[in-house]
Design a protein around this ligand. Structure first.
Ligand code: ATP
Ligand code: MG
Length: 244
């Protein structure tokens, strides 16, 4: 079972959209996928329709009230299960940052992939997710401030590595909302590839207005409109990711 958080402390870079669509592509390839909403904004839980009456969420698990299995909800996509988030995550006090990792060990034979949607901050939910990870994906837009933010994120990862005594496996940076006609974006992508000591995926997810619609409808764009450039991007990305 691979545990893959999508992290970036910068807001609005496409973390949630990427979790939804990567999960949908993996599910279409017959993999069993669990997605976890670690962001108290709860966007992931809105972005993919649930199909159960379970009231439990990830806060109940991390605060020791229930097991992780009890917080799993079915979605309308048979191969995708979800653990929703809660506003209470803001009050979460964590003593042991391997808590999520320990909980996930109980479902290791039920899923091929666990994708974790992280909030745009360097707090406890992100650190729990990093410690639980087997691979990390960093969605990022090709903008000047995004590149600066990535340097801070890589420093945080190094600090967590020192604290837990384990090297993190960063699969790479996934460029999102990319416009190939923009010279600035092309330049920044080049800088990302050359300037940081980190893998950058070849596939970029193109910007496309249909993505915003799909999130409002609670459906992955890859299922709503296969021909949309962003859908093609996510299909190609998963192919590239599975080959790395
Ligand atoms: P946050 O940090 O607030 O959780 P996020 O990193 O999860 O944000 P998303 O919510 O996935 O980012 O995306 C931010 C906005 O950009 C949303 O309105 C989403 O619909 C839009 N968006 C995401 N990907 C694309 C794309 N490829 N093309 C156009 N719009 C996109
Ligand atoms: Mg989000």
């Amino acid at each position: 079972m691979e545990v893959i958080p999508l992290i970036n402390q910068k807001g609005g870079v496409g973390k949630t959209t990427s979790v939804i669509n990567i999960a949908a592509v993996l599910a279409a390839l017959s993999y069993r996928v669990l997605i976890i909403d670690m962001d108290m904004q709860g966007n992931l839980s809105h972005g993919i329709k649930e199909k159960s009456n379970n009231a439990h969420n990830i806060f109940d698990v991390l605060s020791g009230q229930i097991s992780l299995e009890q917080a799993i909800h079915r979605t309308y996509l048979p191969n995708i299960h979800i653990i929703p988030s809660s506003f209470n995550l803001a009050t979460l006090e964590i003593k042991d940052f391997s808590l999520l990792k320990q909980h996930l060990e109980n479902v290791h034979d039920r899923y091929h992939y666990v994708l974790i949607d992280c909030p745009p901050s360097l707090g406890a939910p992100m650190i729990l997710s990093i410690v639980a990870s087997t691979k990390i994906i960093i969605p990022s837009q090709c903008e000047y401030f995004a590149v600066k933010g990535l340097v801070n994120l890589l420093n945080l990862l190094k600090r967590v590595e020192r604290q837990v005594g384990k090297q993190m496996n960063i699969a790479g940076v996934l460029p999102t909302m990319f416009d190939p006609r923009s010279r600035i974006m092309r330049d920044i992508l080049q800088k990302l590839k050359q300037g940081l000591d980190i893998h950058v995926f070849e596939t970029c997810i193109p910007r496309s207005t249909r993505v915003v619609d799909s999130n409002s409808y609670g459906q992955p764009i890859v299922l709503m409109d296969t021909n949309c450039p962003a859908s093609q991007g996510y299909l190609l990305f998963v192919k590239e990711f599975l080959n790395t």
